[in-house]
Design a protein around this ligand. Structure first.
Ligand code: NDP
Length: 442
């Protein structure tokens, strides 16, 4: 049995009942063999055993009262996965589906993603099975304060710096930051994605979506092509989806779909983002309202956006939302390239189908790293007690995405196949962290 197979079996036994975590581990282990099996140093230092076991897994009770005065209980999580190259860094997710397996898959992915950015940030993730949907402003605030009342003792500007994710945007980060400051009496950059008046970075809101489009441009640029004139299918209608759409439209693309967990819209004329933002960011409504306001748009509560003919597909909602059947539909419709805005949105079979068809495919670790990259820039600005301009941050983001593309492409060409960006991202991300772990000896 190879070293990788040995570790894979042991990790599966130790983490039984955690399918999302195993899916993420399998994907990485399946691709790093050319590096790991060619040099005994990794086995000698137990690098794979160490990198698949979080440094720390914190689970806690989060009590809060609803508007009817009932005491409610949720479970909070923070998994501090690996800090070989910097403080733990990764988002907080508030969604009823959240469990330890999901937080661990996200934290594990985050190690490699953060490494790819070239910035000094380790991997972590957290959240709760709290469902923010339909909750009042007061309930959200109380939940966030209660969540931070436990989390504060585990995090810090040089220890662990959480950010947003599904269900956690500027509002929730603000409430959590306020509670942290109140308990610790320290004003520090302990969270990113903060409001602009209290340490937030310009372009952080846009960063993940913009970064996704920048790396798509790099990938298409390889063939003298670009976003201009492309028909684009996007899933989701949250932070990542909206700002990916914004940059794509700015660069001359036509975004024809968006979705939420109830259904999806198709607008053959290209979506009107002002209306989408009003529905989602201002009114916190449902995507179906778009079709009420735009007569030419269709709303579907069955099926998925992937049945629509498009040149570029950007899954930006959640994990495993794009299955092998969806991949086959996209391939049949001649999709040119796929880039993952969400974390692990494509199933393993879907990725295999894209690769077998030689569809250009950029995995989440590389494609959505722009968000955490600008979060790291927010940390830098907080440390310096400075605020950079939008263009300064956006310029750095473009350079970072371009650097990620080169690193992924070079690792693919060196260790795998020329356009195998899945292997390229895993290997490039792994090498830096593994070297640091070996050098540090623990
Ligand atoms: P938001 O909460 O802003 O939006 C999420 C969107 O996806 C919503 O439209 C939501 O619909 C939809 N969605 C969520 N869960 C499901 C589900 N189970 N089924 C169908 N639709 C669903 O989150 P973000 O845009 O921030 O995050 C989207 C993805 O991008 C996640 O995978 C996240 O981990 C990843 N990501 C985010 C980064 C960031 O900077 N925000 C950085 C890197 C990755 P509904 O409102 O109905 O729930």
């Amino acid at each position: 049995m190879s070293y990788i197979e040995e570790v894979r079996s042991a990790v599966a036994v130790r983490n039984a009942g955690q399918p999302e975590f195993m899916q993420a581990v399998d994907e990485v282990l399946a691709t790093i063999a050319p590096v790991v099996e060619s040099d005994g140093v990794y086995k000698h230092n137990a690098v794979l055993e160490r990198i698949t076991e979080p440094d720390r897994q914190i689970m806690f009770r989060v009590p809060w009262t609803d508007d009817d005065g009932n005491m409610r209980i949720n479970r909070g999580y923070r998994v501090q996965f690996n800090n070989a190259i910097g403080p733990y860094k990764g988002g907080l997710r508030l969604h009823p589906s959240v469990n330890l397996s999901i937080i661990k898959f996200l934290g594990f992915e985050q190690i490699f993603k953060n490494s790819l950015t070239g910035l000094p940030i380790g991997g972590g993730k957290g959240g709760s099975d709290f469902d923010p949907k339909g909750k009042s402003e007061r309930e959200i605030r109380e939940f966030c304060q209660s969540f931070m009342t436990e989390l504060f003792r585990h995090i810090g500007a040089d220890t662990d710096v959480p950010a947003g994710d599904i269900g956690v945007g500027g509002r929730e980060i603000g409430y959590m930051f306020g509670q942290y400051k109140r308990i610790k009496n320290v004003y520090e950059g302990v969270l990113t994605g903060k409001g602009l008046t209290f340490g937030g970075s310009l372009a952080r809101t846009e960063a993940t979506g913009y970064g996704l489009i920048y790396i798509m441009q790099e990938m298409l640029g390889e063939f003298g092509d670009g976003i201009k004139g492309k028909t684009i299918a996007i899933s989701g209608a949250g932070n990542v989806a909206i700002y990916a759409a914004q940059k794509a439209i700015e660069l001359g693309g036509k975004v024809v779909t968006l979705s939420d967990s109830d259904g999806w819209i198709y607008d053959k004329n290209g979506v009107n983002l002002d209306i989408v933002k009003d529905i989602k960011e201002v009114k916190r409504g449902r995507i179906r309202e778009y079709a009420d306001r735009v007569p030419t748009a269709e709303y579907h509560d069955k099926g998925k956006v992937w049945s629509v003919k498009c040149d570029l597909a950007l899954p930006c909602a959640t994990q495993n939302e794009l299955t092998v059947d969806d991949a086959k539909k996209l391939i049949k419709n001649n999709v040119r390239a796929v880039a993952e805005g969400a974390n692990m949105p494509s199933t393993t079979d879907a990725i295999n189908a894209f690769q077998a068809n030689h569809t250009l495919f950029m995995p989440a670790k590389a494609a959505n790293a722009g968000g955490v990259a600008v979060s790291a820039l927010e940390m830098s600005q907080n440390s310096q007690r400075l605020a950079w301009t939008f263009d300064e941050v956006d310029g750095k983001l473009q350079n970072i995405m371009s650097g990620i593309y080169s690193a992924v492409k070079n690792a693919a060409a060196t260790y795998a196949e020329k356009f195998d960006f899945v292997s390229g991202a895993n290997i490039a991300g792994f090498l830096k962290v593994a070297q640091a772990m070996i050098a540090q000896g623990v």
